[in-house]
Design a protein around this ligand. Structure first.
Ligand code: ZN
Length: 84
């Protein structure tokens, strides 16, 4: 069995939770799940804050901005916007 890095496993677990929530249409405020989300950049891993229009999440460490699509935070580094 290939070894999975703990950080990678954590992100996979969060994505699985979000997918289950989407499938069963569980209404959970983004603000509540913010407590368990961190920046996916391995050397960052800082907490995320919700934008005032609730359309994106901003990393408090590196400043990357992650989009929220259909209520699902897209925590992928290649989908994130760099801070201006
Ligand atoms: Zn970050």
């Amino acid at each position: 069995m290939p070894s999975v890095q703990p950080a990678c496993f954590e992100i996979m677990a969060i994505l699985a939770i979000l997918a289950i929530m989407a499938i069963y249409n569980v209404s959970m405020l983004i603000k509540q799940i913010l407590d368990i989300l961190v920046c996916p950049v391995p050397e960052c891993r800082k907490p995320l804050t919700l934008a005032s229009d609730e359309s994106s999440l901003r990393c408090t460490g590196c400043g990357l901005i992650y989009p929220i699509r259909d209520g699902i935070p897209i925590l992928l580094i290649d989908q994130a916007q760099k801070p201006q």
